[in-house]
Unconditional design. Structure first.
Length: 677
């Protein structure tokens, strides 16, 4: 831009653009060639040309250097662009008509008048911008990575590797990856870190350019990709999880059904998916709220013990807020529970038709967990040390592990808790619990086998101080192995079988004969995937045992205590995961005359489901269960407690971070001729 001032002729003064060929155009004299001239020389030329129209003109010229940026590489319109106020790298890419790249380089050399390529400057002057990450940030309203350009910046768009494929959607690290010939879809997903818990392998698509047209294809995981392919992993809407829990045994208590919060697997045997809905505060803090109807149960007084309650209805509503902050990872969970229960309290004798009084209760509880984790990233995601620490009220947990590869890890966990419960009769139970756990988990993408091996060793120490009487110690340990095998048919049907075998050893320290119990379970899952709805059936058979304390404890004033444990199981699969950690029912007061000091139970259960899921969030399923429970009240042999059938209609609906779930059903039961419980 040339600023021309003509004394005595203000109409000729002004700002005149300099064209690309070095010329400028003024009134009266027309086009003037200024190429190669200094400002003083150009002023002399203009004065001579204007002397014909203005007598003795005094001309001054100053050159205003424009602010410009450059863009070169794989764009349709490379070259020099005027820098406007607030121009960002995305705006420049749009002007230059870019496409099909995942990364650009910005060479920052202030005031440069010519483009500077990355290899012509120091690496410290080169800024790399990942466009895949930037697109996600822009979708969530995060503008921090959309850099503003400065005068003299050169944006270089590198050429796409001809053997590059793009992976986007529900994968852990979306982006572009250079792959050798013959790379399969499965291997490309591995490079992208695997499918997230929200992704669906059954619905993935390949976007491919054929004859200058974009086309979508459905491929198997073992099909080869072609250079330039884009693999899209959509969000899952599946109703049936590829890995479903197989019960090791049911404990005395609720014989109805239960739901769990979005962070806990469903009681019907499915893997729960947290409704998606996050709030990003800047680039550091992420909030994930959720709300769910988490529990609904009936008939907890199975044995019809005098003085026990029969809960006719229990409903629990759990709001939850999870906050995750930056790196190292710091995560804070807050969840509350609003519980309403309506129950009868029996006054009659065991097995008789009792008189009862009805009442209701409303309780509010809350739980807070602080988790701090640190993970060191290494090339190819191999041999990555992991450290996690969780602190909850009265409970501490430390986990140390090494990630051996994309789908294999070794993890050790140590946790401890303490509690103090005061019962009527001035009996105080104090306890500490140590749960060292070693687990080795091998996971694969797709339908190939995966195995989870979790040796568990648990030690429980408890004491009751009343009249100088103390219980003894007890210990138990268990080992279990689970195996899943599955296959798909023409990408629209899937069949999977699951088996689990475990050995439970329980040894009261006052006993010379430790007891061992074989725990086994097996199941079969079949699914099909129409475009709009999903049909599936699930069958399950499990045989397991649950135990009451088989060690002596003090009975003072007619009251005692008990504690129970549900064994931990781990089944992990890429995309969806299920784990059921130890479930501690805690201590409680019972009437010593009504409950034996030792008890155990064995459960055989068959469950099948037939369900349909409509795209958009709704699902309905029919569940039929047959349950047979055996009891050994005094360790003198098994007797049948009851058998029964149950049918449920299960359905739920979810929207953003709100989810409501419900099951409605009926049951027919019998227990040694006693039906009024």
């Amino acid at each position: 831009m040339a600023i021309v001032t003509v004394d005595g002729a203000p109409g000729l003064s002004g700002r005149y653009p300099i064209e690309a060929d070095g010329s400028l155009t003024l009134p009266l004299i027309g086009r003037v060639d200024a190429g190669g001239l200094t400002a003083e020389a150009l002023a002399d030329v203009l004065a001579r040309r204007l002397d014909v129209f203005v007598k003795g003109p005094l001309v001054r010229v100053s050159i205003e250097r424009p602010e410009r940026v450059f863009i070169f590489g794989e764009v349709k319109k490379p070259g020099m662009y005027d820098l406007t106020a607030g121009m960002t790298v995305v705006e420049l890419l749009v002007l230059a008509e870019y496409s099909g790249v995942s990364e650009v380089l910005i060479v920052r050399t202030k005031g440069a008048r010519v483009p500077v390529l990355p290899e012509q400057t120091s690496p410290s002057d080169v800024i790399r911008v990942n466009l895949r990450t930037l697109e996600k940030d822009l979708d969530t309203g995060d503008l921090s990575r959309n850099l503003r350009l400065e005068s003299g910046d050169t944006v270089f768009v590198p050429k796409v590797d001809p053997n590059t494929v793009h992976v986007t959607g529900e994968v852990r690290t979306p982006g572009s990856y250079s792959v050798p010939d013959g790379t399969t879809v499965r291997q490309a997903l591995v490079l992208a870190g695997g499918v997230t818990e929200y992704g669906s392998l059954r619905r993935l698509r390949i976007v491919r350019v054929v004859n200058d047209e974009l086309r979508r294809y459905s491929l198997d995981l073992d099909d080869a990709v072609q250079p330039g392919d884009t693999i899209v992993v959509p969000e899952a809407f599946s109703f049936f999880s590829p890995t479903f829990p197989l019960g090791i045994g049911e404990s005395q208590g609720s014989q109805g059904f239960s739901f769990s919060s979005p962070a806990v697997p469903l009681g019907t045997g499915e893997s729960s998916r947290r409704p998606r809905g996050t709030i990003r505060l800047g680039s550091v803090l992420t909030l994930t709220p959720s709300l769910a109807l988490t529990r609904f149960g009936i008939d907890t007084n199975v044995f019809n013990s005098a003085g026990d309650r029969k809960v006719d209805f229990v409903a629990e509503l759990t709001p939850q807020l999870q906050a995750a902050v930056g790196f190292p990872r710091v995560q804070f969970n807050w969840s509350g529970a609003l519980v309403f229960a309506y129950f009868h309290k029996y006054k009659g004798e065991r097995g008789a038709s009792p008189s009862h009084s009805a009442s209701a209760t409303l309780a509010i509880s809350r739980r807070m967990t602080l988790a701090v984790g640190h993970s060191i990233q290494t090339p190819k995601d191999r041999y990555t040390p992991e450290l996690d620490a969780r602190v909850r009220r009265h409970e501490r947990q430390l986990g140390v592990g090494v990630k051996l590869g994309p789908w294999r890890r070794f993890h050790a966990e140590l946790s401890g808790s303490d509690w103090e419960v005061t019962l009527p009769g001035d009996v105080t139970f104090l306890g500490v619990q140590l749960r060292p756990t070693l687990s080795e988990r091998i996971r694969t993408v797709g339908t190939t086998a995966h195995v989870a091996v979790t040796p568990v060793s648990s030690l429980f120490v408890s004491a009751a101080a009343a009249n100088h009487r103390f219980p003894l110690f007890s210990a138990r340990d268990a080992d279990s192995v689970g195996l899943n095998l599955g296959t798909s048919f023409k990408r629209r049907a899937f069949v999977e079988g699951q088996a689990q075998v475990g050995l439970l050893r329980y040894a009261p320290l006052d006993s010379t004969a430790p007891e061992s119990t074989i725990v086994n379970a097996a199941g079969l899952l079949a699914r099909t995937w129409p475009e709009r709805a999903q049909l599936g059936v699930r069958g399950e058979r499990s045989i397991g045992s649950s135990f009451r304390p088989e060690f002596p404890y003090a009975v003072v004033g007619g009251f005692g205590g008990w504690m129970e444990l549900v064994l931990p199981r781990w089944f992990d699969v890429v995309g969806e995961a299920y784990h059921d950690q130890s479930d501690y029912r805690g201590f409680g007061a019972v009437a010593g005359a009504d409950r034996p000091r030792s008890a155990r139970e064995r459960t055989v259960r068959y469950t099948s489901q037939l369900g349909v899921r409509i795209k958009g969030g709704g699902r309905v399923a029919l569940e039929v269960s047959y349950l047979q429970r055996l009891g050994d009240r005094a360790l003198d042999g098994w007797t049948r407690d009851y058998t029964g059938w149950r049918t449920n209609i299960v359905y739920d609906v979810s929207y953003r971070f709100f989810r409501i779930q419900r099951a409605k059903g009926s049951s027919i039961r019998g227990r040694n001729g006693i039906t009024n419980y």
